[in-house]
Design a protein around this ligand. Structure first.
Ligand code: HEM
Length: 150
């Protein structure tokens, strides 16, 4: 794998809150179990969004099928967690905030998204230090996505 297709060092992306890794430490991507771990997290996250009445409002912001969102979040998180930058390879720069502008995202939507992700991570029983890192990184990124004052 070439150096340019990975993101294993540096402080992370300040604007997106990616969970950066010091050069000699394993990446969050490695700690979560690589591609299989990312897929398991995204699968559970969107299954919960689809099934749990508590996330009905959040689900309603998405399209009739979650298939595209599932696929894209897997690609995005791979790079964001310090693994292969699959989203960028397929779609170019994520422009994540701009891509979320069509959806009204305020405090409620941010907190619902984080609650759904927390529930998915709870069920996957991640190691506590990885969990702490991801809690902080997701909180920062989700807050940065807000585009409504309420
Ligand atoms: C803060 C609350 C958030 C809400 C309400 C939200 C909602 C959405 C919606 C409605 C879509 C479109 C899905 C579709 O095509 O049906 C989407 C796409 C996406 N979201 Fe979020 N999202 C949030 C936070 C996040 C966070 C924190 C991340 C990453 C850590 C993220 C990553 C993505 C990605 C990668 C896509 C696909 C973008 C593309 O079209 O290429 N989202 N989101």
């Amino acid at each position: 794998m070439s150096e340019s297709s990975t993101n294993k060092s540096g402080p992370g992306d300040a604007s997106t809150g990616a969970p950066g890794t010091a050069a000699n430490l394993p990446t969050a991507f490695e700690l979560i179990g690589g591609a299989d771990g990312v897929k398991a997290l995204v699968t559970r996250f969107y299954d919960l969004m689809d099934l749990e009445p508590a996330y009905g409002h959040l689900r309603g912001l998405h399209g009739s099928t979650l298939d595209g969102a599932r696929q894209k979040l897997v690609l995005f998180l791979s790079g964001w967690l310090g693994g292969p930058d699959l989203y960028v390879q397929q779609y170019g720069h994520p422009r994540l905030r701009a891509r979320h502008l069509p959806f009204p995202i305020g405090v409620r939507e941010r907190d619902d998204w984080l609650a759904c992700m927390h529930q998915a991570m709870d069920e996957l029983r991640l190691a506590p230090d990885l969990r702490l890192r991801l809690d902080q990184a997701f909180a920062k990124t989700a807050d940065w996505m807000r585009n409504q004052s309420g």
